[in-house]
Design a protein around this ligand. Structure first.
Ligand code: PLP
Length: 386
């Protein structure tokens, strides 16, 4: 049997700096590496060190650590989650068709419809929570199926094993954006995905001090294909950011246990509150994706959304009153955040599209942090008492 999740995460893929045996892998803050004789780069960690866009030892340790926590063969790190998305898009060709889940991350929606549609890639959006709709959409060939579960901000759950099997039988690659779940709670490669994407800006780094992204895969061919684009298009993160994500990964399991435990208590509290009309959280047995989430996730995560009675204006007042929660975009950090999808994270999605997928103007999204639960509940209490 292999090592446990936290053992793997703490030991940074078994890598040590060979020159010094430093306990923590150092930051190689350099743009290039000297060569003894022309055309013969130094070999280190099995990689040829020539220019730091192509290889940097700190980045290699992050990439191997990412692969280890997902129990995958290969990982690649990027300057942001969207740089990882860019890498996937740049590996496609004009004329390719991408089938994406209807309520995908707003930044991906913007990139697909406003950047890559212009370059001849075709995008269709489908409610992947209903596999029969995905199956029907796959009657027309697709190069790639883009999945997200739980989704943002409504926490919709897609049966990943079912969706990946449909993609495979239609000859399409299956990609899962696993940012909300993290590899601690969900491992899509084991459910049949070909590629896993992360905005490591969120839980994997976890401390709201880095923007960074990742792709993880088993296939050597896919790894080579994406690694080529990573270098050819210069989508790489700097070594300092890589170091911070390596550090964040080491405590992922501990943080996630606490995040999930806190979120469960917040959900119970919100469910009992007279001003809250609806709570979206896959851990609720009434949630339509509850049984699927239970099957494919270790726990239900710490992202949740709710609606305040009266819609936008009362919700706006509540959001302005939070003191402990920071009103901000992003998620998955140690401190609790509150977000208004309609005017913040999903403002790039047209209002009619937003409403059609169920993101109402009064929807409030919470990213529950690891603070003491009594303090979190006290802040909610005073914010909702307005
Ligand atoms: C934040 C996020 C992204 C984009 O990542 P960045 O690091 O902000 O570029 C992609 N997908 C999901 C689900 C996200 O939450």
């Amino acid at each position: 049997m292999g090592q446990g999740f936290t053992t793997r995460a703490v030991h940074q893929a078994g890598r040590r700096d060979e020159a010094t045996r430093a306990a923590t892998f150092p930051i190689y803050q350099t743009s290039t590496f000297g060569q003894e004789t022309p055309g013969h780069p130094t070999e280190y960690q099995g990689r040829a060190l020539s220019y730091a866009r192509s290889e940097n030892p700190t980045r290699t340790v992050l990439e191997e650590s990412l692969a280890q926590v997902e129990e995958a063969n290969h990982g690649l790190a990027f300057a942001s989650g969207l740089a990882a998305v860019t890498c996937v898009m740049n590996s496609l060709s004009a004329g390719d068709r991408v089938l994406a889940c209807a309520d995908l991350y707003g930044g991906c929606y913007r990139m697909f419809t406003q950047v890559y549609a212009k370059l001849g890639i075709r995008f269709d959006f489908v409610e992947t929570t209903d596999l029969s709709k995905l199956e029907a959409a796959l009657a027309e060939p697709a190069a790639l199926v883009w999945l997200e579960s739980p989704s943002n901000p409504l926490l919709n759950v897609t049966d990943l094993a079912g969706a990946c099997a449909l993609a495979k039988s239609a000859g399409a690659l299956a990609l899962v954006d696993n940012t909300f779940a993290t590899p601690y709670l969900q491992q899509p490669l084991k459910l049949g995905a070909d590629v896993v994407l992360h905005s490591t800006t969120k839980y994997l780094n976890g401390h709201a001090d880095v923007v960074n992204g990742a792709l993880v895969m088993d296939s050597e061919d896919l790894w080579r294909r994406f690694k080529f684009v990573q270098n050819a298009c210069g989508l790489i993160p700097g070594p300092q950011d890589c170091y911070l994500v390596i550090r964040g990964l080491k405590t992922l399991a501990l943080r996630m246990d606490r995040h999930c435990n806190n979120a469960r208590q917040v959900v119970d509290w919100l469910e009992a509150h007279p001003r809250v009309t609806r709570v979206y959280y896959p851990g609720l047995s009434a949630h339509p994706g509850h049984d699927t989430a239970k099957k494919q996730m270790k726990d239900f995560g710490a992202m949740l959304s709710f609606e305040v009675e009266g819609g936008l204006e009362p919700a706006r007042k509540v959001m302005e009153r939070f003191r402990l929660f920071t009103l901000a975009e992003s998620l998955g950090c140690v401190q609790s955040l509150v977000n208004h999808p309609a005017s913040m994270t999903h403002a790039s999605v047209p209002r009619d599209v937003r409403l059609a997928v169920g993101i109402s103007d009064g929807l409030v999204r919470l990213s529950i942090g690891i603070e003491d639960i009594d303090d979190i509940l006290a802040d909610l209490e005073q914010a909702l008492s307005a």
